[in-house]
Design a protein around this ligand. Structure first.
Ligand code: ZN
Ligand code: FE
Length: 255
């Protein structure tokens, strides 16, 4: 049994903490800052940090890796195609690793960055800055087509998959989702729930793929109303799902 919880970092990052209660070993995903992890380990002295999983090279995801590795001797897993400090195991698409006794499949999900990877274990997805709750990452390095393909791949996982992304962006993402689909009742209801959670300083994650498919505009490019809204926004007839995605993504960049 592995327990998953979040260590908040910076203003809106979550460092996911995975605890194996049999071995008292734990792992973290995307430790952008070592301090919250070291503080947790200090408060839980019976636990050993044995593994660090990294999705991509941005500083808010790797900033704590070197320090954590030097203090704890943890094994560092990260994408082969990016510079990841102190990386031990370089991962490529469709690799499989075993961490805390769990097998994780590695998916290449280019778009936010070119080497971005996601980790999947039976109904749990750690997707960094690729798929967000009600949104998706900005296209810093990849093309809209790459990100669209990456999101489609993640969306094809089982509907009850829990989505552990890195940022607490859900509320602002839902405001955009509502601009795209003003009459979508699922979006309205989710925005209400999420606003209540945020008003109480509570986390809105993890999400599920089922909920994302109902409320995340970037997974809803096949909906006629979403396509029509994207057409209206950039004054062209978007032909493919990837075109609709590109229009939505560039609209969101300035929303
Ligand atoms: Zn990033
Ligand atoms: Fe990030």
């Amino acid at each position: 049994m592995i327990q998953i919880s979040a260590l908040p970092a910076f203003t809106d990052n979550y460092i996911w903490l995975l605890q194996d209660h049999r071995s008292h070993r734990c792992a973290v995903v995307d430790p952008g800052d070592a301090a919250p992890v070291l503080a947790w380990l200090e408060q839980h002295p019976q636990w050993t940090l044995s593994d660090i999983l990294v999705t991509h090279h941005h500083h808010d995801h790797v900033g704590g890796v070197e320090q954590l590795k030097s203090v704890c001797g943890a094994m560092v897993y990260g994408p082969a195609n990016e510079h990841i400090p102190a990386r031990d195991i370089a991962l490529n698409d469709n690799d499989r690793i075993n961490v805390l006794g769990w097998d994780f499949d590695v998916f290449a999900v280019p778009g936010h960055t070119l080497g971005h990877i996601a980790f999947y274990h039976h109904g749990q997805l750690f997707c960094g800055d690729t798929l967000f709750a009600a949104g998706c990452g900005r296209l810093f390095e990849g093309t809209p087509e790459q990100m669209y393909t990456s999101l489609e791949r993640l969306a094809a996982l089982p509907a009850d998959t829990l989505v552990y992304c890195t940022h607490e962006y859900t509320q602002s993402n839902l405001r955009f989702a509502q601009a795209v689909e003003p009459t979508n009742a699922d979006i309205a209801e989710r925005l209400k729930n999420v606003s209540q959670l945020r008003a109480n300083a509570k986390m809105t994650l993890p999400s599920t793929l089922a909920l994302e498919k109902l409320t995340n505009p970037f997974l809803r490019t096949a909906e006629t109303s979403v396509k029509e809204k994207a057409d209206e926004r950039n004054g062209r007839n978007n032909q493919s799902g990837s075109d609709v995605f590109a229009s939505l993504r560039s609209w969101k960049d300035t929303f």
